[in-house]
Design a binder for this molecule. Structure first.
Ligand SMILES: Nc1ncnc2c1ncn2[C@@H]1O[C@H](COP(=O)(O)OP(=O)(O)O)[C@@H](O)[C@H]1O
Ligand SMILES: [Mg+2]
Length: 320
């Protein structure tokens, strides 16, 4: 399988950040062609920095990224014509209406007018945007604008598409539509880099995913394989009283409302379940979730905010 994107010992420090602070730190990974690749991590993990470097909006401090075989350090032009990216600080042209934004974007990318029109309509239908076809972009709510930009990227003929948190703030229905559109583009052999802090989304869509924390790659693989990488791939919850010390011999125990949560191995999970049932307690068990894995690897949940971070973005378009 070929790789659309190869990050090679990528490092990034922002000019004004404190000395020794790396937004990306020796990050190496390979993103296979024609698949959906999820980048997950808490706020400030480095996801957007990675996307901006791969999309040639920001220069790396160390290492490099190859996109479709081209080096972001000196082959930006070749890369830019082959990728599409929803910029995080996106300012679409406010004096255009929704349809025009997509259509002109596709025309600029070199599609002929008929093709551009057809793709515009298809994408607007796919994301339920036909009602706002003629609405000025400046009049759209934040959520609609986000969907419009997703439609724009997903309608393009780019080989590599970057979607940075495309569903943040969308309602569940709109989210599902974006998922469908992403899947459709992937079936057309596009490579899609999706950053998200919704773990269900990452798990549902990604062929592979990378967990980034503090600029470092902490875990990488197909979602189903990640479970085999953690020490305790099973979770058991027990409702009622059970001696904690005994549970602790099986794995990692924590207290939950009305009982215990135990992370353990498969065989031990069976054994504990049996014992708990003998005591007449209620149990549930199953493989760990991506949420559990995240907590285990990072030590904090994906939504937990920590100390105040520096601003998300520098000057728009600045090449730091
Ligand atoms: N323009 C910038 N100047 C200084 N620091 C920045 C800038 N942009 C991001 N950072 C810092 O780099 C780190 C990674 O940020 P970012 O890539 O935006 O993470 P994510 O997208 O995962 O939330 C954070 O510590 C953030 O504060
Ligand atoms: Mg981000």
């Amino acid at each position: 399988m070929s790789s659309a994107i190869v990050a090679d010992h990528l490092g990034k420090t922002y000019p004004k950040s404190r000395p020794g602070k790396y937004a990306l730190d020796d990050l190496s990974l390979e993103i296979p062609t024609g698949r959906i690749y999820g980048l997950i991590g808490r706020n400030g993990a480095g996801k957007t920095t990675f996307v901006r470097i791969a999309a040639t909006q920001l220069a790396p401090t160390q290492g490099t990224v190859y996109v479709l075989g081209y080096d972001v350090r000196n082959e930006e032009r070749q890369i830019r014509t082959r990728i599409a990216c929803v910029p995080q600080e996106s300012r679409p042209l406010y004096f255009l209406n929704s349809e025009e934004v997509i259509y002109l974007y596709l025309k600029l990318r070199g599609l002929d007018p008929r093709d551009a029109h057809r793709r515009t309509m298809d994408a607007m239908e796919e994301l339920s945007l036909l009602d706002i076809r003629k609405t000025l972009v400046s009049r759209l709510s934040g959520g609609l604008r986000r969907r419009l930009l997703c439609a724009m990227v997903l309608a393009s003929d780019a080989d590599v598409m970057f979607l940075d948190e495309p569903t943040t703030g969308l309602d569940p229905l709109a989210r599902r539509e974006v998922w469908q559109a992403i899947r459709r583009a992937s079936r057309e052999n596009r490579t899609i880099v999706l950053t998200t802090h919704y773990l269900d989304e990452a798990e549902a869509l990604s062929a592979r995913l990378a967990l980034i924390e503090s600029g470092r790659l902490r875990l990488e693989g197909a979602p189903a394989d990640l479970r085999n990488r953690v020490q305790y791939p099973f979770r058991v919850t027990i409702q009622g009283s059970y001696p904690r010390d005994e549970l602790a011999t099986y794995g990692k125990v924590s207290e939950i409302e009305g009982g215990w949560l135990l992370f353990t191995r498969e065989q031990e999970a069976d054994e504990v379940a049996k014992r708990a049932l003998e005591r007449g307690l209620r149990i549930s068990m199953g493989p760990v979730s991506l949420e559990d894995i995240f907590l285990d690897v990072v030590g904090r949940s994906i939504d937990e905010e920590t100390e105040a971070e520096e601003p998300e973005n520098g000057a728009p378009g600045a090449k730091a």
